[in-house]
Design a protein around this ligand. Structure first.
Ligand code: SF4
Length: 58
């Protein structure tokens, strides 16, 4: 599954980066971005766990 992070909503907490590092990374602005497809369950867990609901399916 491909994910998309809304940079206007992400607060850069790093949770998604810690939980699914093969998909998410923090960019130069300190905000998360999705850089690769990931397993559906892992991406869905990141979507569900984001405290500000900044991640969605792309
Ligand atoms: S979990 Fe949500 S708020 Fe935290 S870095 Fe990831 S996208 Fe941003």
């Amino acid at each position: 599954m491909r994910a998309h992070v809304d940079p206007g909503i992400c607060i850069g907490c790093g949770l998604c980066v810690s939980s699914v590092p093969e998909v998410f990374r923090l960019n130069g602005d300190g905000l998360a971005e999705a850089v690769a497809d990931g397993p559906d369950d892992a991406v869905q867990n990141a979507i569900d766990a984001c405290p500000v609901s900044a991640i969605r399916k792309a």
